[in-house]
Each structure stands twice: as structure tokens, then as C-alpha cells.
Design a protein around this ligand. Structure first.
Ligand code: SF4
Length: 524
């Protein structure tokens, strides 16, 4: 592989070591982009800060908690509501954002009294919520406010409330990844082991590194419950504060996003001897293997196989309908971190698309290594790209779609490249068998949207060719298919509900017969 030099970045020579072209037959060891390093002065990064990584990515999906930022309101506002990590308690954690709103006078004279006032005010405003997470920002860190001491003072004065403090200011690490690490260790040190949970199954897991984007956690939890497995806690999507204090009693840590939360699993293994099993909820093959591995661990492989057979029979004909129509489409896979390698091979193998570029904003070199290995030959791999580099890559590669965040997504739309939100999704969940079909549907809808044809019409001209008639998605997607494939009776478009959550949440104990049959052994 050779390093890739962007024309727009020749004035920043050290950027060259952050991008490579995956050449034919070349080895990863020949060249690997640098990763997880401080952004080079002169390049405008799209990264979030370490406070954002701690609060926005990991802390805030916890559902029954007041999430309070101790700092200027801008830090809070920019980390609010941009990721759709829903919850089954009416999305409390998405509806409100809390900040102490530090001003200049607080920076000069100290903001501990302001913090205490805000904590008490917030608990009084929401008397049903007894748990709080407080996040340090650059401003409160630089003036040296002792957030832990203030939190302890309030806990002493208000019996029944419990407060977690995360000291991860924006400058703690080169990117949001530093915040992921800090909050995992802080939660483990301060909160794990402080509650004894109720064990209701012989098979008990913590589901770690899963953030319930548009329902991912709830879809995956359904499979575990169908296998008779108790999900003791989820770190952190749709997760409950007190459930997460009892993580130490699980038999197995099932880890989804290793980049953001492997640190927690590693600590749980060292102190409590709980093994770690890495799984992948994206893609039929990876998900099937994951359920098999979990089943194998507990000796209930037959239950996993039953679910795999049922779900594959139900959803594979729909996945294949999209695969026929997406075959050969070129996509840039530009998410934040681990989706780079969760998706790179799976979308090629199961949806037929070619991954022509991978990038990561906060991934480490190991993430890039896995992503490049799973991408197509010729793919351009970029670490921490700036906007101009992304634009140059899109003009060169001419992708049919990019999967990325909102910021690069917006300028992609300006140059008429369809974009899917890789962080918050479009019509998720995208995990699980049904979710994977929904992802394929979203890709199909993005690429074949007739709006892209209309966008090519130059409306500034007086003369517009009105003879071109409107073409539907189906007309566009089926134009090059043979009649046999286009009308294959075995394949069909997605037939699930627009919103899958009501049916999932309406399930009762009767839908999980293995949960009832469990003979519970309480761990000493
Ligand atoms: S870098 Fe500092 S000031 Fe900026 S959003 Fe992050 S915590 Fe706030």
C-alpha cells in the first residue's frame, strides 16, 4: 500500500501519513495510516472532543438519569439530541439537556456554588428521577472546580439520590475516544459493585458498547430473551443507572462496540473474572455467528440455531431483493470509529456494494487495520480527514452514496452525493436481521431517490426540457435487471412496519418461554 497525498493538503505535509490507497495484493504492514493522534495544526478536524465522547456517546444514552454538564451552555447544546438513542421510558434522556451555563464571573470566582444550586434545582424539577451524571468540561476543569466534592455534599444532604461524576474535559485526549476510555474506567471504579441485582436466569449477560440507536438494543435484547438469557445491564443504550451498578454479577460480558467500551469489559474481567465475548449485530452472517457464540458459551446452541433459522427464513428474501439492485454500487464508508470494520465486509458480501473508501474520525490504528483488510482493493483509507480532503475524495471516487455523520453529509448533498447518517441512522434500527434489511432499504432509497435526477436539472435556465418524464425509484433500480431477476417471485421488498418498536415493546413474558423455564442459581 502507498500513502495517499491529497492535492488540497500539500501545504500540510504531515497529513500524508494519514491516508493510504489499498493496492492490489499489498500488505497492511507496508503502510497503515497514523491514527488517534492530535489533529495537525492547519487541518480542520471533524472530530468531537473528549467531553463529547464521554457524555454524548456513552453517558447520555443511560435512560433514567439527569445528565448535567458543568460548563458553558455551548458544550451541552452541541451534544444534545443529535443521536437518536431512544429508550423505553419515553426518551427522558433525549428530551432534556442540563447545564450549569458557566459565565465569565464563574470562571473568575469559581463555579462550585453554581454547580450545587443547579444539581438541587434539577432534582427538584424532576422529582421522579433520583440519579444524575455530571460531566466536566474544559472550563470547569481549567478552574479546578471539585465536582466530586460538590456531588458528595448533595448526596449527603439529599438521601435517595446518587450521582456519578465524569471528569473528562474536552482536552483529555486527541478525540472523543479519550472520553470513551475515561468514562468507562470512572464508571467501573465508582459505581460497579454498589448495587446487588436480582438474578432471574441461569444465563446472565451484560450487553456492553450498545447504544440503542433507533432501537438496536431492544431488537438484540429480544434475541437474547428468546434464548432465555437475562440482560442484566446494557452499557449504555436504554440502560438503567442502577442496573449498571450491578454489572459485577453477570456471567458474561457481550461486547458490541469494542472501540468505545472494551476498557470496561477488561476491568470486569480482571476484578470479577467475567469473560468478554465480542459480537457483531450487523449483517446476517456476523449476527448468526454472534448468537451461536453466545449460545455455545452457555450450552444452548440449539436455541440460537432456532432463532437464526426463523429470522433468516423471514428476512433473507427481502435482503436479497435489495442486493440485486445494489450490486456494484460504490460507497464511501465514513463513520466515526468501529462501524468502519463492522460494516466494510458485511455490506459487500450481503448487499453487493463496493466499499471504495473507509475513514475514521476517532478510530485507532487497529480499527483502521481491520477496516482496510475488509474493504475492496483500491479503497482509499483516511484517518481524521478534513472537509477539503473529503470533497477531493468524493470528486475522485464518484461514490453512489456515503455513510457518514451530519457535517460531511451536508456538504455531500451539496455536490449531489446521496448520504446516509452512519451515526444516528435514517430509518433504523439497523442491527438484527430485520434491521439489516432496513439498512439495505435505506441505502436503496438514498441511491435511487428520483430527487437526485431532478437535482441535475439546471433551473437557472429559461429553457428546461419538460419532455423528460418522472421516473420512480423502481424504474431507476430495475432498468438494468433482467426480467427474471426484476420479477423473481422468491424475492420481495421490506414488508416490516415503519416503526418496529411498538410491537417489540408490546411483547409479554409469554413470548419468552425459556425465560420462564430457567432455574435460577443466585451467585454467592
Ligand atoms: S472542547 Fe471543551 S469547550 Fe469545546 S465542547 Fe469540548 S468541553 Fe466544551
Amino acid at each position: 500500500m502507498s500513502y495517499h497525498e491529497f492535492d488540497c493538503s500539500t501545504c500540510i505535509p504531515s497529513r500524508k501519513e494519514h491516508a493510504v490507497d489499498k493496492g492490489p495484493g499489498e500488505k497492511l504492514s507496508d503502510a497503515l495510516p497514523l491514527g488517534y493522534m492530535a489533529t495537525i495544526p492547519g487541518t480542520l478536524s471533524e472530530r468531537g472532543c473528549a467531553y463529547c465522547g464521554a457524555k454524548h456517546v456513552i453517558g447520555q444514552p443511560m435512560k433514567d438519569v439527569i445528565h448535567l454538564s458543568h460548563g458553558p451552555v455551548g458544550c451541552t447544546y452541541d451534544t444534545w439530541q443529535t443521536k437518536r438513542y431512544i429508550s423505553d421510558n419515553d426518551n427522558f434522556q433525549l428530551k432534556y439537556t442540563f447545564a450549569t451555563d458557566m459565565k465569565e464571573k464563574n470562571v473568575i470566582f469559581g463555579a462550585e456554588p453554581l454547580l450545587k444550586k443547579n444539581i438541587i434545582e434539577a432534582f427538584k424539577a424532576f422529582p421522579d428521577i433520583k440519579r444524575m451524571s455530571i460531566y466536566q468540561t474544559c472550563a470547569s476543569a481549567l478552574i479546578g472546580d471539585d465536582i466530586n466534592a460538590v456531588a458528595q455534599e448533595v448526596m449527603d444532604e439529599m438521601p435517595g439520590v446518587d450521582i456519578f461524576v465524569c471528569n473528562s474535559p474536552g482536552f483529555r485526549g486527541p478525540s472523543q475516544s479519550g472520553g470513551h476510555h475515561t468514562i468507562c474506567i470512572a464508571w467501573f471504579d465508582d459505581k460497579v459493585g454498589t448495587v446487588e441485582p436480582e438474578i432471574t436466569s441461569d444465563y446472565v449477560i451484560n450487553y456492553v458498547g450498545e447504544y440503542n440507536i433507533q432501537g438496536d438494543q431492544e431488537l438484540m435484547q429480544d434475541y437474547f430473551k428468546r434464548m432465555g438469557i437475562q440482560v442484566l445491564s446494557t452499557f449504555t443504550g436504554n440502560g438503567s443507572y442502577d442496573d449498571l451498578r450491578g454489572m459485577h454479577r453477570a456471567h458474561l460480558n457481550v461486547l458490541e462496540c469494542a472501540r468505545s467500551s472494551e476498557y470496561l469489559c477488561n476491568e470486569l474481567r480482571v476484578k470479577y473474572g467475567i469473560p468478554r465475548l465480542d459480537i457483531d449485530g450487523f449483517g446476517f452472517e456476523a449476527l448468526s455467528d454472534s448468537l451461536r457464540k453466545v449460545g455455545l458459551f452457555f450450552g444452548i446452541e440449539d436455541r440460537a440455531e432456532k432463532i437464526i433459522a426463523e429470522e433468516t427464513a423471514r428476512w433473507k428474501p427481502e435482503l436479497d431483493w435489495y442486493k440485486e439492485r445494489l450490486m456494484g454500487k460504490r460507497v464511501c464508508l465514513w463513520p466515526g470509529g468501529s462501524k468502519l470494520w463492522h460494516w466494510a465486509h458485511a455490506i459487500h458480501a450481503e448487499m453487493g456494494v463496493n466499499v471504495v473508501s473507509v475513514y475514521t474520525k476517532f478510530g485507532h490504528q487497529g480499527d483502521m487495520e481491520k477496516g482496510i483488510a475488509r474493504a475492496e482493493e483500491g479503497a482509499l483509507a483516511i484517518d481524521d480527514p478534513n472537509e477539503l480532503e473529503s470533497l477531493e475524495a468524493m470528486y475522485k471516487l464518484k461514490p453512489d452514496c456515503i455513510f457518514t455523520g451530519k457535517r460531511p453529509g451536508e456538504f455531500a448533498k451539496k455536490i449531489r452525493v446521496p448520504y446516509l447518517n452512519a451515526h444516528g441512522y435514517h430509518n433504523g434500527p439497523w442491527k438484527g436481521f430485520e434491521g439489516w434489511v432496513r439498512f439495505a432499504q435505506d441505502i436503496y432509497n438514498a441511491i435511487y431517490s428520483p430527487v437526485h435526477q431532478l437535482a441535475m436539472v439546471d433551473i437557472s435556465k429559461d429553457e428546461i426540457d419538460m419532455g423528460t418524464s418522472f421516473e420512480t425509484r423502481r424504474m431507476l433500480s430495475d432498468a438494468k435487471l433482467t426480467p427474471e431477476v426484476a420479477n423473481d417471485p422468491k424475492l420481495r421488498q421490506y414488508t416490516g412496519q415503519y416503526d418496529v418498536m411498538p410491537a417489540l415493546r408490546a411483547k409479554t413474558a409469554g413470548d419468552y418461554p425459556y425465560m420462564k423455564q430457567s432455574k435460577v442459581k443466585q451467585i454467592a
